[in-house]
Design a protein around this ligand. Structure first.
Ligand code: HT9
Ligand code: FE2
Length: 345
């Protein structure tokens, strides 16, 4: 049924000169103010112009290849990005040259919404159009917000992070989950019923991870990495604002778990490990950041499970998942529409 596997990711710069063109690719037609772009460029330059995300994808590709080979899955593994080299269209041209006809793709985002799902589908369509008539057909794997292979490594990392804090202060510990903020209207229009699928799936993940890591400890889902013009409402509160509120109450320490991401890329190591950690320090709050799945073997096995689930010849409708929300293989075309301001892209 499928003759190749494609890892589809966001991409990031790997040289100081890459930073601006990368940011231009990300924000083209999106109305992100120049001040915000300059600020984000400075974050990348603080890390020598190198985002860790591409190296993390290389490691994931290697782990998937090893896992597929051990489990007898005979699919070549390709990798392409939305915003930086290796660009998706170049990878797709290579797949065409290798005779690939129908590939299955895993996008490095667990959730629905325009930015986290639909945009990847649009990128696939645009890349196919660019590659021309013999471009492979590429199907996208489903959302995996409540898959045990995602939830379990996240929960273990929360326990590990709590181990860096004062174990005696469990009563005054808060578990703070974060995800990338998106425009409130984008959240509202996400999902087949346009009723906030992005936040609903994130709340499921948060609930499942909390119950498996620090049961009884209070938790919240808050947002990070807000972009866009200030007059447009985005999901709130921001993590830094939330830490200020927690510190006024009886919280003495926080475990922060970025469930919105699958690897510890720049938005994690800058916005949390630098910025949110500094806010916590100022407030006198203990702070520990839990890891994302990265190349955890359970996460890699989940990717295989999703491929096998899609490839099985008789579908009994069952889908591995710990939560209560529905799962589906193919998103309806009306699902998670592009925001009006970016329709031109
Ligand atoms: C939902 C979501 C995810 C999670 C799902 C997924 O992973 O796909 C995500 C991931 C990421 N976002 C990333 C980087 C950036 N996102 C930006 C801007 C934006 N993100 C948005 C949403 C999301 N983003 C939105 C609505 C915008 C506004 C512009 C627009 O409407 O599209 C900008 C522009 C500058 C700014 O921040 O303003 C940058 C540089 C990186 C790479 C990190 C690295 O390099 O290591 C990753 C993985
Ligand atoms: Fe982003």
């Amino acid at each position: 049924m499928y003759d190749a596997f494609l890892l589809l990711s966001f991409g990031g710069p790997e040289h100081p000169d890459d930073v601006l063109p990368f940011l231009q690719n990300v924000t083209r037609g999106r109305g992100v103010p120049p001040e915000r772009l300059a600020e984000v460029a400075a974050h990348y330059q603080r890390f020598g112009g190198v985002s860790p995300i591409n190296q993390q994808c290389r490691e994931l590709v290697a782990a998937i290849r090893a896992d597929f080979s051990v489990h007898g899955i005979d699919l070549p593994v390709y990798w392409g990005n939305r915003n930086w080299r290796p660009m998706l269209a170049d990878t797709m041209a290579q797949m065409r040259d290798h005779g690939v006809q129908r590939a299955i793709t895993f996008a490095t985002s667990a959730y629905g919404s325009y930015s986290s799902c639909r945009q990847y589908l649009q990128d696939l369509a645009a890349a196919r159009a660019a590659v021309g008539p013999r471009a492979p057909v590429v199907d996208k794997l489903r959302h995996f917000h409540d898959h045990p292979g995602f939830v379990e490594p996240l929960a273990d990392s929360v326990v590990t992070a709590f181990g860096e804090l004062d174990p005696a202060a469990r009563e005054t510990t808060r578990l703070v989950f974060t995800a990338h903020s998106i425009p409130a209207s984008m959240n509202a229009s996400s999902g087949p019923e346009s009723n906030g699928l992005y936040e609903a799936q994130l709340l499921e993940t948060a609930r499942l991870v909390a119950a498996r890591s620090l049961p009884g400890v209070g938790w919240d889902l808050v947002w990070q990495s807000r972009s866009g013009p200030p007059q447009v409402p985005w999901l709130e509160p921001d993590i830094n604002e939330h830490l200020r509120v927690l510190a006024k109450d009886f919280t003495t320490q926080v475990v922060v778990s970025p469930i919105g991401f699958v690897s510890d890329h720049l938005e994690v190591i800058w916005d949390l490990d630098e910025e949110a950690a500094a806010t916590a320090r100022q407030l006198g709050l203990g702070f520990a950041r839990a890891k994302t799945p990265g190349t955890d073997s359970r996460f890699v096995a989940m990717i295989r499970d999703l491929v096998q689930e899609r490839m099985r010849t008789s579908d009994d409708g069952s889908r591995a998942g710990l939560g209560r929300l529905d799962h589906w293989d193919f998103c309806a075309s009306h699902c998670c529409p592009a925001p009006a301001s970016s329709a031109r892209r």
